[in-house]
Ligand binder design. Sequence first.
Ligand SMILES: [Zn+2]
Length: 292
Amino acid sequence: MKWKGRRQSTNVTDARGRRVSAGGAGMGAAVLQLVARQFGPKGILVIVAVLAGMWFFGLGDPLSLISGQPSVQQVDYQPTPQEQELFQFVTVVLADTEDVWNAEFGQRGAQYAEPNLEVFKDRTQTACGMGDARMGPFYCPADRKVYIDLGFYDELARTFQAPGDFAQAYVIAHEVGHHIQNLLGISGEVAARRGQPDYNEWSVRLELQADFLAGAWAKHNSRYLDHGDIEEAMRAANAIGDDAIQQRSQGRVVPHAFTHGTSEQRMRWFSRGLESGRIEDGDTFSMAYDQL
Ligand SMILES: [Zn+2]
């Protein structure tokens, strides 16, 4: 993908220097009460001494342990040159999605509200709860933000064997697809079905539509594509399908637990988006589930 020297989005937050520790899950106060009852003031003094020691040696934040609130520390984060290049790449891809979706919404007489993107390291606080790098990149509808730990791209290349810059771009475009679904009210309708027996099917439909939107974005962006880029994105869609992931992690495939769609479905809807480029053609909700 041709991206160097192109416009970078200003809707990107670099939160890699923000270190978030999970806190004591609210247990601290209960433990203190218990100690006070069992051992009296002496017990409390011992606890306070231990917490002060932990704080002194940098092992934890006593206040966050007691309150259960995550604590946030700002450190001076020094990315490697490769990491910094990846960061710039992400800002260009986000800018590309802004250009495409501003134009597409504009043509339909609508206004596209651009999402934010936060690059974090390990853990971050979101309006949807604590975000963890192990979840992979995700979108939070409540704060309209895409979250990504750039370490995911190593995983994509190594574990999922889907390297390449366009595979990386596809991941961002898919999350921006979720943002569009949020703007259109589709995510809300699906979220309202949480807890129902067929919720997984709704979730698959939502995910496949996000893949379609990623494909539609790629179509409008085709002038920047290099030879082999589409194959890179397809490889990523193939590798992170639910059946492929389950096969790898459990050694078998359990269809009812699918929430993202099979590899074949993900590739199919990405291709459909790539052919069409039009939001209207990405209806994954009307057709029968086994036809997806
Ligand atoms: Zn998704």
